[in-house]
Design a protein around this ligand. Structure first.
Ligand code: ADP
Ligand code: MG
Length: 242
């Protein structure tokens, strides 16, 4: 079953067409890594999936719900789609536990004990069961990003979007975040991940999608796209980054 279906997606900001006809499908349990140069439209594409951007043209279906329909209940879609950003955006004045319970309480209307229970389970899942009473500033960047992942998981999403989740981290902290993501992939979570971590993409992705100047140039098995690209533009990009 398709969790994400994107057809002929266009997005312009003023006169600039950033997405120029993107087609993309994710089946349940797929892990798709999106690669491409800075400015190619990767973040815009992710943001169109949960209604943070309104497309100029085309359709986006998430679990069969048409996100681009003006009558769509976008809040209902957002409850099913977790998003993890480069900058973790934790509330600095709240403990880790409260960071992970606040949306559960306010959006899902869970009771305090249930929200705490789910928070603890998901903090354990990212290896931070012992940090529930800490404040974000007391944690490393890698730990903060893992809290952000736990916060997204606590909403029990059907889909997780990651936008360069390790790009803001010191190199020695990248591995712990990738390990958590690797574990989620093994558990069958459907994930769309914008990343520059090519070794991770090669190992974990079921598919790698290369985006250039607002179009999908190439999509396929990680070994093929990264190791033996069919398109000259993909090869050229990989030469620059590898
Ligand atoms: P990527 O994530 O691949 O680096 P983005 O999707 O962030 O690319 O951006 C693609 C292009 O769209 C860039 O040129 C960026 O400046 C432009 N852009 C993104 N968001 C906006 C916005 N809100 N207003 C105007 N231009 C934008
Ligand atoms: Mg981006």
């Amino acid at each position: 079953m398709a969790i994400v279906e994107v057809h002929d997606l266009h997005k312009s900001f003023g006169p600039v067409e950033v997405l120029r006809g993107v087609d993309l499908t994710l089946d349940a349990g797929e892990v798709v890594c999106l690669i491409g140069a800075s400015g190619s439209g990767k973040s815009t594409l992710l943001r169109c999936l949960n209604g943070l951007e309104v497309p100029t043209r085309g359709t986006v279906l998430v679990s069969g719900v048409n996100v681009t329909d003006p009558d769509c209940d976008i809040d209902a879609v957002r409850r099913r789609v977790g998003m993890v950003f480069q900058h973790f955006n934790l509330f600095p004045h709240l403990t880790v536990r409260r960071n992970v319970t606040i949306a559960q309480r306010r959006v899902l209307r869970r009771g305090a004990r249930e929200a705490d229970r789910v928070a603890e389970a998901n903090l354990a899942r990212v290896g931070l069961a012992d940090k529930a009473d800490s404040f974000p500033a007391q944690l490393s960047g890698g730990q903060q990003q893992r809290v952000a992942i736990a916060r997204a998981l606590a909403m029990q999403p059907q889909l997780m979007l990651f936008d360069e989740p390790t790009s803001a981290l010191d190199p020695e902290l990248v591995g712990e975040v990738l390990s958590v993501m690797r574990r989620l992939a093994a558990e069958g979570m459907t994930m769309l991940i914008v990343t520059h971590e090519m070794a991770f993409a090669r190992e974990v992705a079921s598919r790698v999608v290369f985006v250039d100047r607002g179009v999908v140039v190439e999509s396929g098995a990680p070994g093929q796209v990264l190791g033996n690209p069919k398109q000259a533009r993909t090869a050229e990009f990989l030469r620059r980054v590898l």
